[in-house]
Design a protein around this ligand. Structure first.
Ligand code: FIX
Ligand code: ZN
Length: 419
C-alpha cells in the first residue's frame, strides 16, 4: 500500500490530467434546439435571446409584477431588459440559469461585473453570424450539434422542402411529438400533405405514416427519431400513442437502423400562461420503458428522464437492456447538485456506457456554459472514481483516460447509434 502522501500526489496528478483531457476532448452535443446557420432566424443567438431563455423567464416571473400576456407582448429587447433587471440587478444571479449567462459572457472575455446591458448588446451586434457560430463552437469545444427538426413546424418545414447547403457540424434528429401526442390533428396535417391517412389506425394509415417518416428521415438525413412524453405515457396500451409507436415508429426505426429517443416526464402547460416557461415535471412509469426494451430488442432506445425520482430506476433498467442508452441531465435536473449526483450514480451502476450530458441549448452561446459547468463536474466525479481504483493499484494510463472521456462526451452515443 502506498503512503498517504504518495497517493495524494497521484490523485492530484490524475485530477490535473483529467482536467486537461476533459477540457480538450471535443463534445458531440446529442440533443439541442439549435439550427444549422443556413436556417436563418431559426438559430437564436445573442444576449437578448440568452436573457429571455425560458429557464430565466420562469425565474423572473417569480418577481415580475406584470401579467404574462403583457410581458410576452413586449418586444424581445424589452423582455430581456426586464429579466436582466429582476435577475441580475435587483437580486444576485445565483441560480444555475443566471450563472450560465455570466459564464458565457466571461468566456467571451466580457466583464459581466460592469452590469452594462447596452454595452453587452453592442458587443454581440458586431459579429457576423458565421464567424460567431465557429467561435462559439470552438470556445465550447463542441464538434457536432444534433438539432431537433420537426416537419410539423411551419417555419422550419420550408427549409427542408426547398433544401439548402448543410453545415456538416449540424446534424438532424427527426422530432415527431405531434404525431404521437396529438394524432387527430397530425392526421389532418398528413392528409393536407398528400398522405392517405384516416383518423383510425388502419393498416393503410399506418403504412402511410411510415411513408411520411421515411420521406422525412431521408430529407433530413436524420440520425435518430425523438419524442418527449408526459408522465401518463403507458406501453403497451390501446392509445394512439402506443399503437403508432408499435406499428409505425418502431418498425420504421428498425428498417432504417435508427435509435428512438424518448424524453420522459414532461407535463406541458402546467401554467400555460408562461408559455415555454410553464412546463413542469412528473414521475414517469418506467415499467412502460421496460416493456418497450424487452418487446423490441431490435430497436435502440436513447432515454432521459426529467424527474429526479426516476433516475435510479432508469439506471437499473439500463443494466438489463443493452438496447437502452441513458443520456443527459435534462432541464430541471441540469443543476450542479443533480448533475453530480446523477453522474456519480450512473458511473457506479453503468460504468462508462452512458452519455452524461447534452446541452438542450435553445440559444447558440448556451453550449459554452452548459459544457463548461458539466465538464467541471465530470472532472470531479471521474477523479474520485479513478482514485478509488488507485487504492487497489489500478492506475489508468493517459490513453485510457482519453478513451473513456471521448466515449462519455458523445463518442459512446454515436457508437450506440451505429451498432
Ligand atoms: O422536449 C424537449 O426537447 C425539451 O427539452 C423542451 O421542450 C424544453 O422546452 C427545453 O428546452 C428543456 O431544456
Ligand atoms: Zn429538448
Amino acid at each position: 500500500m502506498s503512503s498517504p502522501a504518495v497517493s495524494d500526489f497521484r490523485r492530484t496528478a490524475t485530477a490535473a490530467l483529467l482536467e486537461r483531457v476533459v477540457s480538450s476532448t471535443p463534445v458531440i452535443d446529442i440533443h439541442t434546439h439549435l439550427y444549422d446557420p443556413q436556417m436563418g432566424g431559426l438559430l437564436l443567438w445573442g444576449i437578448d435571446d440568452l436573457l429571455v431563455y425560458h429557464y430565466l423567464a420562469a425565474e423572473a416571473f417569480r418577481h415580475l409584477d406584470v401579467p404574462p400576456e403583457a410581458f410576452f407582448a413586449l418586444p424581445k429587447s424589452e423582455q430581456a431588459d426586464r429579466i436582466w433587471h429582476e435577475l441580475f440587478v435587483a437580486h444576485s444571479p445565483v441560480s444555475e440559469a443566471c450563472r450560465g449567462v455570466l459564464t458565457t459572457l466571461h468566456r467571451f472575455g466580457l466583464d459581466p461585473h460592469m452590469r452594462d446591458l447596452p454595452a453587452i448588446r453592442s458587443w454581440f451586434a458586431q459579429w457576423p453570424i458565421e464567424a460567431h457560430v465557429s467561435r462559439t463552437l470552438e470556445l465550447a469545444n463542441v464538434e457536432r450539434i444534433y438539432m431537433t427538426n420537426s416537419p410539423f413546424d411551419p417555419v422550419e418545414r420550408p427549409f427542408w422542402q426547398t433544401g439548402f447547403l448543410r453545415d456538416e457540424r449540424f446534424v438532424a434528429a427527426l422530432r415527431i411529438d405531434p404525431l404521437l401526442v396529438d394524432w387527430p390533428n397530425a392526421a389532418l396535417q398528413l392528409v393536407s400533405w398528400g398522405y392517405e391517412v384516416g383518423e383510425g389506425l388502419s393498416a393503410r394509415t399506418l403504412s402511410e405514416v411510415r411513408r411520411f417518416l421515411a420521406d422525412w428521415t431521408e430529407k433530413l438525413d436524420a440520425r435518430y427519431l425523438m419524442v418527449s412524453l408526459p408522465p401518463d405515457f403507458r406501453f403497451p396500451a390501446h392509445t394512439d400513442t402506443a399503437q403508432l409507436l408499435e406499428h409505425a415508429v418502431l418498425p420504421h426505426c428498425r428498417e432504417h437502423g435508427l435509435p428512438f429517443a424518448l424524453m420522459l416526464g414532461v407535463r406541458r402547460g402546467v401554467n400555460a400562461r408562461l408559455q415555454l416557461a410553464g412546463d413542469g415535471v412528473g414521475h414517469s412509469d418506467l415499467c412502460s420503458l421496460v416493456n418497450l426494451c424487452d418487446a423490441f430488442p431490435d430497436n435502440k432506445f436513447a432515454v432521459t428522464v426529467l424527474a429526479r425520482e426516476n433516475q435510479h430506476e432508469l439506471c437499473v433498467i439500463a443494466r438489463k437492456f443493452r438496447n437502452l442508452h441513458v443520456f443527459g441531465c435534462w432541464w430541471f435536473t441540469n443543476t450542479p447538485q443533480l448533475i453530480e449526483e446523477i453522474t456519480r450514480m450512473r458511473l457506479e451502476l453503468l460504468g462508462l456506457s452512458f452519455t452524461p450530458q447534452h446541452s438542450d441549448a435553445r440559444v447558440l452561446e448556451q453550449i459554452i456554459y452548459k459544457f463548461d459547468h458539466a465538464r467541471r463536474i465530470l472532472v470531479r466525479v471521474l477523479a474520485d472514481k479513478y482514485a478509488d481504483l488507485a487504492v487497489t493499484g489500478w492506475e489508468p494510463t493517459e490513453a485510457e483516460i482519453r478513451r473513456d472521456v471521448r466515449s462519455l462526451l458523445g463518442g459512446g452515443f454515436e457508437q450506440f447509434c451505429q451498432h
